[in-house]
Design a protein around this ligand. Structure first.
Ligand SMILES: Cc1cc2nc3c(=O)[nH]c(=O)nc-3n(C[C@H](O)[C@H](O)[C@H](O)COP(=O)(O)OP(=O)(O)OC[C@H]3O[C@@H](n4cnc5c(N)ncnc54)[C@H](O)[C@@H]3O)c2cc1C
Length: 626
């Protein structure tokens, strides 16, 4: 079966008529109100001018809230207005729910408070930053003011954006976008890279329905990986960190299926779809073909074990997907249930030893979350003591978190050690059994829970393509994110080897980069279809944040406009920043509210120890999780 977007012709007619109506209305307005239309024309010339003016007005109005607590009113107005402009430029989508806009802007109030009131303002006044517990307590009125500022900003920005659209017409229609021949753009992968590419394509092509978009993914939701450790640690409900692809995308056809082949010559993708044969209730894989003119590879990465570690692979749990996090949580609870009935102290300790391999972000965040979880649920198990629990992190280098500065790595190690995590540095796994892990030094650690976070490789499916790949297996792309020698083929995110267009430095496999690459790639597809010059991808990392458990985090943020300079935070302050920043980035209002509720519940109630189950539908092949 070949997918074509049915109904495209009808929608094209409808939208062409709409565009024509808008043009006519604009034309009539031009005859009647020459001066007003001149202003409109000037205002519509640049999208950023439109957004900037909306943001300036919204920021100005909202800054009155800030002025109640900041010492200088002009500074409050200036700050409020600049942030207003940045907010509307960053979140220009209109016709969101008001409450969504309010929640996003209010959540941003927390990091803004942390950055401006706690750090920058004291520094400007010649004082050290007030990031001690006492200092932050004195800053609480300003925290309330920043959040209130966010609420008003979200409301006014959305209201003004709607007025702007009703006065000037939709942004996308006003953008001059020459019609192009019918093109099918297919995106493979529904992670950060794929989802953001689809969103950006919808935005840049606007009402141009001669281009169709299809997104293929083997899951029907975007997984927000920065919060995955909190699912494993039972702080968050699993589905609360996944956003359905269909509800976030308006005109992209979402196909849930597994890519099993790509034919670059025939320009088609082969999919295995879970289908039901007619007249039966049995599930079987049905293969289908999907044609493309432009293909975007956003297939991410998979967990990787060195070939000599087949036993480790057999006994370790992965930590990459939502089911992985649920399995880890279930295993921890399982071990507690078994240990509670165990009379032998040695065996109890063995059951309650949780070993994590890998001291990067994922491993450290998981160790912190599991340590909090395991120690937090002890109260439910009357026969167990704190001394029975041990969380061990094995790392091949001499310090954890190599992505952060040495000082922050040391801080994380000291704080986590004080809370009971054991670190084995300069150590590697050599072998594993169901009840033990053997290290290269020969030490044997008795455990039934081993989690592997020590390596990923780009999706192995890419190995089937006749394209150049780097030594990790990532598809090599040029600075515009196009695959050289294959017109219409693009790649980004964890499955692409891409370098910054300005510095030439390789881009790290993080969501932060995947999201920015997606915008550049979609803009370049738009440019290539309109015969315009493609732009190289350029982005400088904003920094990194890592939660280490117990309301503590480490943060290293890049100083804007100052090359190679960064500021470092740690402790409660960094943890608040982490929560504020990631909550604002979590897609969709509903998910934000759900996560916020989970966090509030966590403050007052113990962690949930109800085990979730893996459901296998009757008759489904083994391993099919529904
Ligand atoms: C635990 C953890 C924590 C992290 N924390 C952070 C963080 O705090 N900040 C940060 O910037 N980055 C973080 N990352 C890294 C970040 O998640 C990745 O860099 C990012 O997800 C890459 O996006 P992507 O779209 O390229 O790949 P993915 O997000 O992995 O998306 C790939 C998509 O392709 C789909 N897919 C794969 N194979 C097939 C197939 N054969 N057929 C159909 N669909 C397929 C997958 O289901 C998935 O939807 C973290 C990663 C992990 C594992």
């Amino acid at each position: 079966m070949v997918y074509r977007w049915e109904g495209a012709t009808q929608e094209l007619r409808y939208d062409d008529r709409k565009i024509a109506e808008h043009m006519t209305m604009a034309g009539n307005g031009l005859n009647k109100h020459v001066n007003a239309t001149k202003i409109k024309a000037l205002y519509s010339r640049s999208r950023y001018l439109r957004y900037g003016f909306t943001g300036l007005l919204a920021g100005f109005v909202s800054s009155l809230v800030l002025a109640t607590t900041l010492e200088s009113i002009p500074v409050a107005v200036l700050l409020g207005s600049v942030i207003g402009i940045a907010y509307v430029v960053a979140f220009p989508n209109v016709q969101r729910l008001y409450i969504d806009s309010v929640m996003t802007a209010a959540a941003l109030g927390i990091p803004l408070w942390a950055f401006v009131s706690v750090v920058v303002m004291p520094l400007i006044s010649g004082w050290p930053p007030r990031w001690t517990a006492e200092g932050m307590r004195t800053m609480l009125p300003q925290l309330v003011a920043w959040v209130a500022y966010g609420v008003v900003l979200g409301l006014t920005a959305e209201a003004l954006s709607r007025i702007r659209v009703s006065w000037l017409g939709p942004d996308s229609i006003l953008r001059k976008s020459p019609m192009v021949a019918t093109e099918q753009i297919v995106i493979l992968g529904g992670g950060f890279a794929g989802m953001a590419t689809a969103e950006r394509l919808e935005r840049v092509f606007g009402a141009n329905h001669k281009v169709t978009f299809t997104l293929v993914s083997d899951t029907n939701a975007l997984l927000f990986t920065p919060m995955l450790a909190e699912v494993a640690g039972s702080s968050l409900e699993p589905t609360h960190i996944s956003s359905p692809l269909r509800t976030s995308l308006r005109r992209t056809q979402v196909v849930r299926g597994r890519v099993i082949g790509i034919d670059l010559e025939k320009r088609c993708v082969i999919l295995a779809m879970n289908g039901r044969s007619r007249g039966t209730s049995t599930l079987s894989d049905v293969s289908e073909e999907l044609l493309f003119d432009h293909l975007v590879l956003a297939l991410g990465s998979v967990t990787n074990y060195p070939s000599a570690m087949q036993n480790v692979k057999e006994f370790a749990l992965d930590f990459k997907t939502l089911p992985d996090a649920m399995r880890i949580r279930n295993r921890v609870i399982d071990m507690f249930e078994c240990a509670d009935r165990e009379s032998d102290p040695g065996r109890r300790q063995e059951l309650l030893t949780f070993l994590i391999a890998g001291g990067g972000f994922a491993g450290v965040e998981l160790a912190g979350a599991l340590n909090d979880f395991a120690r937090g649920i002890l109260a439910d198990y009357l026969n167990l003591r704190a001394g029975d629990v041990s969380v061990i992190l094995v790392h091949a280098r001499d310090r954890i978190l190599p992505e952060l500065s040495e000082r922050l790595g040391r801080y994380a190690l000291e704080r986590m050690t004080a809370r009971g995590v054991t670190f084995k540095l300069n150590e590697r796994l050599a072998d594993a059994r169901a009840d033990a892990v053997i290290l290269q030094s020969g030490e044997e650690i008795r455990t039934h829970t081993l989690v592997w976070t020590a390596g990923t490789v780009p999706n192995p499916l890419l190995g089937l393509l006749p394209v150049n790949r780097d030594k990790r297996g990532a598809v090599i792309v040029d600075s515009t994110l196009a695959v050289p020698g294959h017109p219409g083929l693009w790649a980004l995110g964890d499955c692409a080897a891409c370098c910054d267009g300005k510095t030439g430095r390789p881009c790290p496999p993080t969501a932060q980069f995947a999201l920015r690459e997606a915008r550049a790639l979609a803009d370049n597809i738009h440019a290539s279809l309109n015969g315009k010059k493609l732009k190289p991808f350029r982005f400088r990392s904003l920094g990194a944040l890592c939660v280490i458990g117990h309301h503590t985090a480490c943060a290293e943020l890049t100083v804007p406009f100052v090359r190679e300079k960064s500021v470092q935070f740690s402790g409660l302050f960094a943890w608040l920043m982490w929560r504020g920043i990631y909550l604002s980035k979590l897609p969709g209002l509903e998910r934000k509210v759900r996560v916020l509720m989970d966090w509030i519940i966590e403050l007052f109630f113990p962690r949930d120890i109800v085990q979730t189950i893996e459901l296998h539908e009757k008759g489904a092949p083994d391993g099919n999780l529904f």
